[in-house]
Design a protein around this ligand. Structure first.
Ligand SMILES: C[S@@+](CC[C@H](N)C(=O)[O-])C[C@H]1O[C@@H](n2cnc3c(N)ncnc32)[C@H](O)[C@@H]1O
Length: 187
């Protein structure tokens, strides 16, 4: 029940929707792109990504069966058309398409990774050479400050660098209750 309610909140809270749309915009998804979202939750960003692909494809993976159900309902048509595939589990459940994913992203998932560098290395292994990875985070901690957002950006960038990613760029979206950060990089 609580998981289902959390999904409804995540899907309807304006700041969640804006940071998801913003992340997908930053990725500049092309119609032919192979896209992967890690931790899609209720499937809002997944839907935004699916709208941008035509002959491309969007794969999503999430370890929550409740979120899988919500995302499947939200993306019913794209799943039926074969443009979106939803997987239950972590990165181990994902097989890369031939040549690898062109774009990989995750929104508010970084904080769940106990070993972010290991996860980023796995992501790099699934991504095409030159492909783009985007990790977005908006703190939900009570009293989070813009300085917390800046520190988060630095933490994500450092993990990406250690994992061997390049062209790392930190982007900030002014939001309430606190700004969101999206760090992009190339494999
Ligand atoms: C805070 S929610 C964010 C959901 C969505 N991205 C959003 O911003 O609304 C985090 C989601 O990531 C999933 N998740 C956390 N760790 C994961 C992992 N290692 N692999 C796959 N999914 C994960 C959770 O099940 C949850 O659905």
């Amino acid at each position: 029940m609580l998981g289902a309610l959390a999904g409804v909140v995540m899907a309807t809270r304006p700041s969640n929707r804006w940071r998801s749309e913003w992340t997908v915009d930053l990725l500049d998804i092309r119609p032919t792109d192979q896209v992967l979202e890690v931790g899609f939750g209720p499937g809002v960003a997944l839907r935004a990504a699916a709208r941008r692909v035509s002959t491309g494809h969007v794969t999503g993976v999430d370890r929550s069966a409740v979120m899988l159900g919500q995302a499947r309902r939200r993306n019913r048509r794209a799943v039926a058309e074969g443009r979106v595939e939803l997987l239950l589990g972590g990165l181990d459940a994902v097989s890369a398409p031939p040549g690898g994913f062109d774009k990989v992203f995750a929104v508010n998932v970084f904080m769940f990774w106990s070993d972010p560098v290991a996860e980023l290395r796995r992501i790099a292994g699934l991504t095409a050479p030159g492909g783009v990875v985007a990790l977005t985070l908006q703190s939900r901690a009570r009293n989070a400050t813009p300085e917390d957002t800046r520190q988060t950006g630095r933490r994500i960038a450092a993990a990406m660098e250690e994992a061997g990613l390049r062209d790392i760029a930190v982007n900030t979206l002014p939001l309430r209750p606190v700004d969101a950060v999206c760090v992009t990089a190339r494999v």
